[in-house]
Design a protein around this ligand. Structure first.
Ligand SMILES: [Zn+2]
Length: 800
C-alpha cells in the first residue's frame, strides 16, 4: 500500500500554494460573498508557537478552507501582537534588545505557521511593534484625545510590583495581575485613561451578535449595571455634602454611619492639618497594600478604617452620624456609602470600631435590637421606625422612598456601572509611546499627526525599575525640545498593548495604506469580522476594548459599523496531565518535533480528534500514531485501484458522510468529522470505492488535511487547487435508511406525496412537505393555521 510521505508531499504543496499565491485574496473581487475569518494573533515571546496555538489556529484554518470551498471569498490574515510584556520579559531574560529578539521570534513563528500550511494571506499582515503599525495606534489615541475620550488623571491605580507597571482594572481581576498572577496593590499616579465607561450602555447591548452566552454574560457582569439612588448627607457643619450611592434606600432610617473609599479625594480634604491626619494616612497605606478581595471579603478581622473627624446628618430622620474611611468602600458609584445593620460588612465594621447600630426591617414589623444579633439582618420584611414608611413591605417602600427623596431634594434615582475607565499608561519600555508632550508649565499637548510615528527611543536601559524607562532617553528629550521648544518634555509612559490589539482587525484589509490606518470603504465592505476565534480569557479584556474602540471610531465617523466581531467561538484549553501548559511549569509541548515526525496534517487532525474544539483536552503523545495510521490508510484508498462490491451501499454511505461532515464542521465539531472519516475508511476497505467517490472523499477531508487532500486530488486528475473546487453536496434521500411515502393533505385533500425517513421528526417532515411544489401552491392561498404530522401515517396542513 502506498504510504503517505508527509515531509515530501507537504513541502511540495506549500511551495506550490506560495508560488501560485493561492492564499492571496483579492479584496475587490465581488464575484463571491466575502468572508473575514480571523483568529486572535499571537504574542511573539520566547515560547514560540506551542501546542495551544496549533489547537486554536489549525481548526480555525480548517473552518476558513471549508468556507472557501462553500464559495466564499475568504480573507484569513495573520499577524503579531509584538509589543508588551511577553516579548519584553523575554528580551530582558535573554539580554537581547526587545526589537531584535521580537523580530527573531516573529521570524521563527512565521516559519512555524507556514509549516502548519494555513491559508494566511501573508501579503496583508501586521506586526504591532513596527513603526508603520504603531503610528496608527498613536493615531487612535490622538482621535480619542481630540474627541474628549482620553484624559490624564491622578488616581490610585492597580500596581503590579512584579511587572513594575500599573494595570487596567480588567487586567487585575480578582486582585491578581493577568500576566504574572502577582497580587496587585494600589498606587497614586497620574495616568492616561480612555473613556470606555461612556460606552457602558452600548457595550451592554450584544444584539445581533452570535457569541457564546457565557461571554456575553461575563461582559454584562463586568460592566455591572445597577439601578439605585444617590442620597445626599449634609455635613453637620454644612461645609460639604456626601452623596451616597445605594441600591437599598429602604434601609435609610437605619443608617448610623457613613463610609468613604480610601481613594476618595474628600479623605485628604477632611483630615489634612487635623489631629486625624496621621492615623488616617497610615491606615490608608495599609489598605492600599490589600487586594480588592481582601478589602471586600466578609469576616470581621479584615475590616480596616479610621474616623475622619466629621459628622453628617441623615436626611430621613435628622440624626447625626460619624463619617469613616473604610477598606471595603471602593470607588464604585460615588465612592461613599451609607452604612447600617442590614449589611454584613457594615455590621462587622461597626462591631470592630464600636459604632452603634439599629435595625428597621423585621419579619413581622416588630422592633428588633442589634444587641440580640451577631450578624446583619439581610432578609426582606416589614419596615419599622421608618417614618411614614413604617408598616410597609421594604421592597414595596423602596421606589416610594426614592420618589420621596426626590421630592424633598435629598436624592435621586441613579444608574451605576461597575466598569471603570480604561487605564492605558504603562511604565514599561516595549510599547507605543503615548503621543503627548508637556509644555514647560506641565500642560499636556498632543503630538501633531505629522510627527507620527512618534518613535520609541532606543537609547534606554529597558529593564523595568518602576520608573518609565523612556525618561532616561536623551534622544527623546532632545527630539521633543527640537520640535516643540526648550523646556518641553515627552510623555514617558507607553501604551497598554491592549490598545494595539483593540483595532488591528481594521488594518488587515488596508496594510498598504500610508496616509490613514484604514480605508473606510474597504473596511465597511469587509467588516465586521464574520468569524472570530480565540480564548475565553479575553472576555473582559481584549473583547471589551475592541468593541469600545470600534464603537468610538464608528461614532466619530471613521467606520460604518459598531460591532467588530459578528460570530465568536472560543477554543478550549489544551492541558498536560490536567495542568495548564506553561514554560515556567516546564510542561509546555512544542509542536515542532511532532510536525517533523508525522507531518502537519496528522498533527492537525490529532489535535482535532482530542475532543470538541470548544472543550479542549489533555495532551498525550501516544494517540498520534493512530491518526498517522489512519492517514496512511486514507491515502492508500485514494491512490490505489479498487473494485466496488455494493454500489448502492457506497452511494448511501458517501452521502451520509457528506451530510455528517458538513453538519459537524458547521458546529465546529472537528473531532466527530475525523471519527466519521475513519468509519468510512473502514467501510471502503471492505466494500471498495470508485474514482468519482474518491474525488468526493478527498474534498471532504481537504479542510482537515489540506496537504494530503491536494496530493490526492492531483493523483485523481483534479485541477489545482482542490480549494478552488466546490464542497460536495448530498442527496437527502440517499442519507435515509428506511423511508416511507406519505400523502400530504391540504384542507383534507391530498396534494402531493413525499418520501421521508420512517423516524423523521415533525420539523423535517413538515419542511419536506412544504417543499413539494403542488403542496406549496396550495399553502400560499391563505395562512396555515394548523400543521399535522403523525409519523408513518400522515402529513397535513389546514389553511384559512
Ligand atoms: Zn504582573
Amino acid at each position: 500500500m502506498a504510504s503517505y510521505d508527509a515531509s515530501k508531499i507537504e513541502s511540495k504543496w506549500r511551495e506550490k500554494w506560495a508560488e501560485s499565491k493561492l492564499h492571496e485574496v483579492d479584496l475587490n473581487d465581488d464575484s463571491k460573498p466575502k468572508y473575514y475569518n480571523l483568529v486572535m494573533f499571537p504574542y511573539p515571546s520566547g515560547d514560540k508557537l506551542h501546542v495551544g496555538h496549533w489547537y486554536n489556529y489549525a481548526p480555525a484554518d480548517s473552518w476558513g478552507r471549508y468556507m472557501r470551498m462553500k464559495g466564499y471569498n475568504v480573507f484569513q490574515p495573520m499577524g503579531f501582537d509584538s509589543f508588551g510584556l511577553p516579548a519584553e520579559n523575554y528580551a530582558i531574560k535573554s539580554g537581547v534588545p526587545p526589537r531584535e529578539s521580537t523580530n527573531n521570534n516573529v521570524e521563527h513563528m512565521r516559519k512555524q505557521l507556514s509549516d502548519m500550511g494555513a491559508m494566511y494571506d501573508w501579503d496583508k499582515s501586521v506586526t504591532t511593534s513596527e513603526p508603520d503599525y504603531y503610528r496608527w495606534s498613536q493615531w487612535v489615541f490622538l482621535k480619542l484625545f481630540e474627541n474628549d475620550l482620553a484624559y490624564k488623571k491622578t488616581a490610585p491605580v492597580n500596581w503590579c510590583d512584579d511587572c513594575k507597571t500599573v494595570l487596567a482594572n480588567e487586567q487585575a481581576q480578582d486582585g491578581k495581575c493577568e500576566r504574572c498572577d502577582n497580587e496587585v496593590t494600589k498606587k497614586d499616579l497620574a495616568q492616561w485613561f480612555f473613556k470606555i465607561k461612556d460606552y457602558a450602555e452600548d457595550l451592554l447591548n450584544h444584539e445581533g451578535l452570535d457569541w457564546p452566552e457565557k461571554t456575553v454574560l461575563m461582559q454584562k457582569n463586568w460592566i455591572g449595571k445597577s439601578e439605585g439612588c444617590n442620597i445626599d448627607f449634609k455635613l453637620e457643619d454644612d461645609s460639604d455634602t456626601l452623596t451616597c450611592y445605594t441600591t437599598r434606600p429602604d434601609t435609610l432610617f437605619s443608617v448610623t454611619f457613613i463610609v468613604v473609599a480610601p481613594e476618595h479625594p474628600l479623605v485628604d480634604k477632611f483630615v489634612n492639618g487635623t489631629e486625624y491626619e496621621d492615623e488616617v494616612k497610615k491606615m490608608r497605606e495599609k489598605i492600599y497594600n490589600q487586594t480588592d478581595i481582601e478589602r471586600t471579603s466578609e469576616g470581621g478581622k479584615d475590616k480596616l478604617g479610621a474616623f475622619l473627624g466629621k459628622y453628617a446628618i441623615n436626611p430621613a430622620n435628622g440624626e447625626k452620624v460619624p463619617v469613616y474611611m473604610a477598606n471595603f468602600a471602593l470607588m464604585y458609584g460615588t465612592g461613599i456609602v451609607m452604612a447600617d445593620a442590614h449589611d454584613q460588612r457594615d455590621f462587622e465594621f461597626a462591631a470592630k470600631y464600636d459604632i452603634p447600630l439599629k435595625f428597621v426591617i423585621s419579619e413581622d414589623g416588630k422592633e428588633i435590637d442589634p444587641k440580640d444579633f451577631d450578624a446583619a439582618v439581610l432578609e426582606d420584611g416589614i419596615l419599622f421606625n421608618s417614618g411614614e414608611f413604617s408598616g410597609m413591605k421594604n421592597r414595596d417602600a423602596l421606589p416610594k422612598m426614592i420618589k420621596w427623596l426626590e421630592k424633598n431634594k435629598n436624592g435621586e434615582a441613579t444608574t451605576n456601572y461597575r466598569l471603570r475607565d480604561w487605564l492605558i499608561s504603562r511604565q514599561r519600555y516595549w510599547g507605543a509611546p503615548i503621543p503627548v508632550v508637556y509644555d514647560p508649565e506641565g500642560n499636556p499637548h498632543p503630538v501633531p499627526e505629522e510627527h507620527l510615528p512618534w518613535m520609541l527611543p532606543t537609547d534606554v536601559e529597558f529593564k523595568p525599575t518602576g520608573e518609565s524607562p523612556l525618561a532616561a532617553s536623551k534622544e527623546f528629550i532632545e527630539r521633543t525640545e527640537k520640535i516643540f521648544g526648550k523646556g518641553w518634555r515627552p510623555e514617558v509612559d507607553t501604551m497598554d498593548t491592549f490598545v494595539c490589539s483593540s483595532w488591528y482587525y481594521l488594518r488587515y484589509p488596508c496594510t498598504k495604506m500610508e496616509d490613514m490606518p484604514f480605508d473606510k470603504a474597504v473596511d465597511d465592505k469587509w467588516l465586521p469580522v464574520d468569524m472570530y476565534i480565540g480564548g475565553p480569557e479575553h472576555a473582559c479584556m481584549h473583547l471589551l476594548y475592541a468593541r469600545f474602540i470600534s464603537m468610538a471610531l464608528n461614532k466619530l465617523g471613521y467606520i460604518g459599523f459598531k460591532e467588530p466581531f459578528k460570530r465568536l467561538v472560543h477554543q478550549g484549553m489544551v492541558t498536560k496531565n490536567g495542568a495548564k501548559m506553561s514554560k515556567s511549569k516546564g510542561n509546555a509541548v512544542s509542536p515542532d518535533e511532532f510536525v517533523e515526525k508525522y507531518g502537519s496534517d496528522v498533527f492537525r487532525m490529532y489535535l482535532m480528534f482530542m475532543g470538541p474544539f470548544t472543550d479542549g483536552g489533555d495532551w498525550n503523545d501516544k494517540g498520534i500514531t493512530g491518526i498517522a495510521r489512519f492517514v496512511d490508510r486514507f491515502f492508500g484508498i485514494i491512490s490505489e485501484k479498487s473494485e466496488v462490491k455494493d454500489e448502492a451501499a457506497l452511494r448511501s454511505s458517501l452521502h451520509k458522510l457528506i451530510k455528517k461532515i458538513t453538519n459537524d464542521i458547521e458546529k465546529f465539531q472537528f473531532n466527530t468529522c475525523v471519527a466519521g472519516l475513519m468509519e468510512f475508511v473502514n467501510f471502503v476497505m471492505k466494500n471498495g470505492i470508485d474514482d468519482e467517490s474518491k474525488k468526493v472523499l478527498v474534498r471532504l477531508i481537504a479542510p482537515l488535511a489540506p496537504h494530503m487532500a491536494e496530493e490526492g486530488w492531483s493523483l485523481l486528475g483534479g485541477d489545482f487547487s482542490i480549494f478552488d473546487d466546490e464542497w460536495p453536496e448530498y442527496d437527502e434521500k440517499l442519507t435515509i435508511d428506511d423511508t416511507v411515502t406519505l400523502g400530504v393533505q391540504v384542507n383534507g385533500k391530498v396534494r402531493g406525496e413525499i418520501e421521508i425517513a420512517v423516524d423523521a421528526n415533525q420539523d423535517e417532515a413538515l419542511a419536506i412537505a412544504r417543499a413539494n411544489p403542488n403542496v406549496s401552491k396550495h399553502l400560499i392561498t391563505g395562512n396555515v393555521v394548523k400543521e399535522i404530522y403523525v409519523p408513518g401515517r400522515i402529513v397535513g396542513f389546514v389553511v384559512k
